[in-house]
Design a protein around this ligand. Sequence first.
Ligand code: SER
Length: 339
Amino acid sequence: MGEKTILITGANGEIGHGLISHFAEHDGIKVVALDLNTLDEETRSKCYKTYTGDILDNRFLESLSTGHDFDVIYHLAALLSTRAERQPTIAHKVNVDGTMNLLEMAITQSRLQGKEVKLIYPSSIAVYGLPDAGAKGRAGKVGEDQWAEPRTMYGINKLYCERLGKYYMNFYRQLDAQPMEGKVDFRCVRFPGLISAVTLPTGGTSDFAPEMLHHAAKGETYNCFVREDTRIPFMAMPDGVSALLRLEAAPREKLSTQVYNVGSFSPSAAELKRYVLKAFPSASINFVPDLKRQAILDSWPADVDDSLARNDWGWKPEYDMARAFDEYLIPGVSKLYKK
Ligand code: SER
């Protein structure tokens, strides 16, 4: 196989770090990393090229696109759900206009290279919106086409961009006299909350799980902003990275859709606390619900039906909750804060 050039936007985020570390261990892959903030030295050293820039800056994107032939674009840059509620206009710009810019870049790249360019896109359980905790309890595992009634700016942005991706892939410039030359191969996973042992998310609503763990490892008291019975799906970061890679690698003809749920484990906040206390028995964790953020979590499903991903491209998480904590999270955070 020849060399592959991969663009990662939002490279400084949690998934970006995970992907860059993965690609650094594989030959023949040139990672071009883009973020608003300059990457740290260690991450930079794992990339072929790094850029500090804005996905809303079209001139910058044009020059980036002129300088490289991308085979795959991992478009990770986004404002997460809590931050997007506080800055809805900026969130809409970054999450929607930014994605549109990357789709346009993919089309241009594809036209110039004379081949399809893949755009891999992380969506989220935030696209779901159950009316209340009762409906959530009754809904069980939610499939891709159920309850897609988001109540957050972020969820709306993600749902719309899923549809935009499908549109670019299937109907873009459908009225042109000549068939369009460029083609985007758009593939998307709807992620649950992700938990990493080495980084903390910023501005998400599922952040209570990683925050609880990292605070405990640092020996800091954590006032958890949800009720103990709050249950949403989570996933260990290595599985998150592997879901993106496996979807990217799947043969096109195996894919019956462009948007896939991926699930892993689905603990309540009380269960998370139990796992954290097992490793850090003296941790101080209190539940002090923020009713507004709680309402967002009550609208997200307790679990997702990911049978399409399992059937179409062999999705299977490596980490259930016990393995995630015992083999990845606890050793990881213990090392991170051991000084
Ligand atoms: N982790 C995201 C958030 O909380 C959900 O995809 O915003």
